[in-house]
Design a protein around this ligand. Structure first.
Ligand code: SF4
Length: 73
């Protein structure tokens, strides 16, 4: 029997991740939708946790990842 493409169960996979890494920013643009200012902000992931999350995402597939946020160095 030929599979019906309209009823066949498709494997769900993450295809796109938009990740605002931090709200920290050393600028203060009036139009900023993130209301970014210098933090620190609670609840943001540190570098190690960010890298661990990226590894976990890679285990699930190869989604497009859009990273935003300005990190001070
Ligand atoms: S995050 Fe972008 S828009 Fe917001 S204050 Fe910083 S540079 Fe400006």
């Amino acid at each position: 029997m030929k599979p019906n493409p309209h009823t066949e169960k498709k494997e769900s996979a993450i295809r796109l991740i938009a990740w605002e890494i931090t709200r920290n920013c050393n600028l203060s643009c009036m139009h900023c939708r993130a209301s970014a200012t210098l933090g620190p902000y609670t609840g943001e992931l540190d570098t190690r946790a960010c890298l661990r999350l990226l590894d976990q995402i890679a285990e699930t597939g190869t989604p497009i990842i859009i990273l935003t946020g300005q990190v001070q160095v």
